[in-house]
Design a protein around this ligand. Structure first.
Ligand code: S3P
Length: 452
C-alpha cells in the first residue's frame, strides 16, 4: 500500500437535536443538465439562474464547451451559454468524461447522435457499469454508428450519420433519460421523430423544448399512451431560465425533519412537478406533517415552500405505479420506513438496480449494517420500522450520492451514530448538503482514517 495515505472521506452522523430553520436546496439536477444542453443548441445567449454546481452538471458544462459552445459562470449559480445552433456541434478533440453523471452522458449521446461528428464518452467506475443499450438501440435505428464494449457499456464512441432517420419509438423502460435522448436526437433529424410513452416519466425535456421554441407536440393515442412528436431542424431561441430547488435533494432534509423529534423546517422554492413529488405524497400517506406553502409558477414549473414538522409515521404500501415519480427517493424512503410503525412495502423497483449503484442491494446492506429488518425481493423492498437501538453501523456508499445522504439521515435520527465510508459522492448532486444540514442543527464528524 502507498505510504502517502490520503485522508479518508468517511463521515459520521450523530443523533441530532431538533432541526429548525429555513433553507434553500440547490437547483434541480435534471433541469440544470437540460438548460445547459438546450442553451448550447440555441442561437444567442441563454442565461441560467440557480444552476446546480454539482459534479454531474459541471461535467455537462464541460461537455458543452468541448462541443464548441461558450459556457460561462458569471457568479455563483448564475451562468450564460452561447449556443451553436441545432446541428452546429463541433467534433470534440478529446474523450468526454462524464464522471458519475448518467443523465449527462445519456442525453449527450442523444445530442451527438444526429450530428455528423464522432465523440467518445467515458465516466467513473459507477458509470462504466451502467447500461447504455437503452440509449444506443434507438440511436442505431436513427443511423448512428456505435463502437462500444460488449454489452453496450462505456467507454464508447458515437458517430452520427449525415442524414439521421426519424423514428417512431415506443419506450421499453419508463425512463426520462431514454425519452430525452431520442427527443434531443430528433432536434437535428429531418422530419418527425415520435416517442410513444406508455408509462409517464418526468417531462422537463418536453417543457423546456417547448420553451426554447422547438416544434414539439404532445397528445395521447387510443390506448392512453402519451405521444410526443418533434419536428427536427428548427432553430431554438435562447431563454432566461430560473432553476427551482431540486426535490430529490430536498428529500434528505424533509425526511430528517420528520424523524428527528421536535423538528420544524421550511425548504424554500422547491420544484413541485407532479412527476417528482412521489416521495412527498408517500410521506403524507405515512402520516408526515408536510405542508406546501406559497405555491407558484416559475419558468413553466410549479414551485413551493415545503414546511416539515417531526411526525410519527406508519408503514404503507407504495404502489409500483408511483415509481417513476419517486425513482431517486426510495433510498431515503427506506430510512423513513425504518422509523415507521409497521412495514413499508416498496414495489416496482427494477430500475433501482441500474442507478449509480444497485440501490436495492446498497440500501439492503446499509439497513442490515444498522440492525433494521427488511425483506429484499428482485424488484421490491419491504422495511419493518420501529425496532429498538438501530444505527451504529458503517455503510458502503458504492459511489452513490443518494446512498451516502440517506444513511447520514439515518444517523441523525437513530440512537447510535451511523458512518458512511465515503462522503465524496455527495458533491455530484448536493455539494452544500453538509453545510445546510449543519445549519439546521445536524452534527457530522469527519472520521480520521488512513487508507494505507
Ligand atoms: C433523470 C431521470 C431518471 C432519474 C435520474 C435523472 C433525468 O432516470 O433517476 O436521476 O434527469 O432524466 P431514468 O430516466 O433512467 O429513470
Amino acid at each position: 500500500m502507498s505510504s502517502d495515505a490520503r485522508r479518508s472521506t468517511a463521515l459520521k452522523a450523530h443523533a441530532a437535536p431538533p432541526l429548525t430553520g429555513r433553507i434553500r436546496v440547490p437547483g434541480d439536477k435534471s433541469i440544470s443538465h437540460r438548460a445547459l444542453m438546450l442553451g448550447a443548441l440555441a442561437i444567442g445567449e441563454t442565461t441560467i439562474e440557480g444552476l446546480l454546481e454539482g459534479g454531474d452538471v459541471l461535467a455537462t458544462a464541460a461537455a458543452m464547451r468541448a462541443f464548441g459552445a461558450s459556457v460561462v459562470q458569471r457568479s455563483p449559480g448564475s451562468w450564460t451559454v452561447r449556443g451553436l445552433g441545432v446541428g452546429g456541434f463541433l467534433e470534440p478533440e478529446d474523450i468526454i468524461d462524464f464522471g458519475n453523471a448518467g443523465t449527462g452522458v445519456r442525453l449527450a449521446m442523444g445530442l451527438v447522435g444526429s450530428q455528423a461528428i464522432a465523440a467518445t464518452f467515458t465516466g467513473d467506475a459507477s458509470l462504466l457499469r451502467r447500461p447504455m443499450g437503452r440509449i444506443l438501440d434507438p440511436l442505431r435505428r436513427m443511423g448512428v454508428q456505435v463502437i462500444a464494449r460488449s454489452k453496450d457499456r462505456l467507454p464508447l464512441t458515437i458517430k452520427g450519420p449525415d442524414v439521421p432517420l426519424p423514428i417512431e419509438y415506443r419506450l421499453p423502460v419508463p425512463s426520462a433519460q431514454v425519452k430525452s435522448a431520442v427527443l434531443l436526437a430528433g432536434l437535428n433529424t429531418p422530419g418527425t421523430t415520435t416517442i410513444i410513452e406508455p408509462v409517464r416519466s418526468r417531462d422537463h425535456t418536453e417543457r423546456m423544448l417547448a420553451a426554447f421554441g422547438a416544434a414539439i407536440e404532445i397528445d395521447q393515442n387510443d390506448e392512453g399512451d402519451r405521444l410526443i412528436r418533434i419536428e427536427g431542424r428548427r432553430d431554438l431561441k435562447p431563454q432566461s431560465i430560473v432553476v427551482p430547488g431540486d426535490p430529490s435533494s430536498a428529500a434528505f432534509p424533509i425526511v430528517a425533519a420528520l424523524l428527528v423529534p421536535g423538528s420544524d423546517i421550511t425548504i424554500e422554492a422547491v420544484l413541485l412537478n407532479p412527476m417528482r413529488t412521489g416521495l412527498i405524497e408517500t410521506l403524507i400517506e405515512m402520516g408526515g406533517d408536510i405542508a406546501i406553502e406559497n405555491r407558484r409558477t416559475v419558468g413553466g414549473e410549479t414551485v413551493g415552500d415545503i414546511r416539515v414538522r417531526a411526525s410519527r409515521l406508519k408503514g404503507v404500501v407504495v404502489p409500483a405505479a408511483r415509481a417513476p415519480a419517486m425513482i431517486d427517493e426510495y433510498p431515503v424512503l427506506a430510512i423513513a420506513a425504518a422509523f415507521a410503525e409497521g412495514q413499508t412495502v416498496m414495489e416496482g423497483l427494477n430500475e433501482l438496480r441500474v442507478k449509480e449503484s444497485d440501490r436495492i442491494a446498497a440500501v439492503a446492506a446499509g439497513l442490515a449494517a444498522n440492525g433494521i429488518s427488511f425483506e429484499e425481493g428482485p424488484e421490491s423492498l419491504a422495511v419493518t420500522g420501529g425496532g429498538d437501538s438501530i444505527g451504529g453501523g458503517t455503510v458502503s456508499t458504492a459511489l452513490d450520492h443518494r446512498i451516502a445522504m440517506s444513511f447520514l439521515v439515518l444517523g441523525l435520527a437513530a440512537g447510535k451514530p451511523v458512518t458512511i465510508d465515503d462522503a465524496a459522492p455527495i458533491a455530484t448532486s448536493f455539494p452544500e448538503f453538509r453545510a445546510l444540514m449543519t445549519g439546521l442543527g445536524a452534527h457530522f464528524e469527519d472520521v480520521e482514517e488512513n487508507d494505507a
